[in-house]
Design a protein around this ligand. Sequence first.
Ligand SMILES: [Zn+2]
Length: 108
Amino acid sequence: MKMKPKRPPIPPERHETIRRQIEAVLEGNTLSARDISVEVGISEKDVYDHLEHIHKSVDREGGRLIVTPAECKECGFVFRKRERLKKPGKCPVCNSESIAEPMFTIAS
Ligand SMILES: [Zn+2]
């Protein structure tokens, strides 16, 4: 088993750098917010905040954030129209809380 080095806490002024890191790990990879949080060393909540910004800004920078929407594992309902990227709490169709996480990738 490979041990990852411990990462220091991230001060707010590093936000831009973090965003670049997230974009870098997403290029050519399809990852969930949880995967990204492990890669970059920030909380899932922060990952979603950054993804919202990347979602809005990446177009004009030449890349493209592609979102695979969350999906209900019980009935297969797809959360296509969700404006927020965050994983929904429960399915509006069958009320199941078993929801597959949205996945993210950047194609350049
Ligand atoms: Zn469902």
